[in-house]
Write a protein that binds this ligand. Sequence first.
Ligand SMILES: [Zn+2]
Length: 270
Amino acid sequence: MSNSGLNEQLTYYLSDVYAWNIDFYRLQKGDRFKVIYEEQFVDDTISIGIKRINAAIFEHSGRDYYAFEFQPDPEKGIVEYFDDSAKNLRRAFLKAPVKFGPVTSRYNLKRRIAYYGNRIRPHKGTDFGASIGTSILATANGVVVKASYTKGNGNYVTIKHNNTYSTQYLHMKRRKVKRGQTVKQGDVIGWVGMTGNTSGPHVCYRFWKNGRQVDPFKQKLPEAKPISNSLKKTYLTGIQEIKTELDCISFVKENSTINNTLALSTSEFK
Ligand SMILES: [Zn+2]
């Protein structure tokens, strides 16, 4: 998107819309998207920023991911994105505890490490590489049950989300939360560092389901807040027009911005 000269804000907004469904470090060749958005201008020429994304479709790994802006509760004014079958795109958990950081080591029960004489040293966490000082985010709402230091973990935080799920974040440079504190999804709980047993700056993210440490990428995570039955029909009728508009935009090899609709074929994703 930046190669195509698009407003950086649009990249952030779009990655936010799809944060729960698409791992942008695992884009596939042939993935492509269209987005209908509003940008504000002064004197018709000076952009003062992206106002909102109205609708989008992202084709990823041969699957269509539609996203339509909708306010389930206009009084609260909270904007959410739902797909073409009225499912909330937002998950109860973020896909990653850092906004942009590649997975450097996945959950792997059979990992062998030369350092330990090639013996099996299971890695039950998922490592996200990021530079020192990067914000670490709580992946879901919950209560901090541990904010402490050990020789292995370094500075770490454990969050209990409910009776089923807990998460842990290791090797922090500094913790930002205290035990007993309530956190919301996306809150900064600390900063990436390399305290404890680590050879480089990263956050080791551990995920428990019913007391067992599991691979967060293999879990079918619960929808954040499903649409109410009474609103479902309103929603599905309401999106028809913009869905047709979106479907009618054709993909092009290079970007084209016409009336703030954009179709970008991403054959350049490698
Ligand atoms: Zn790790």
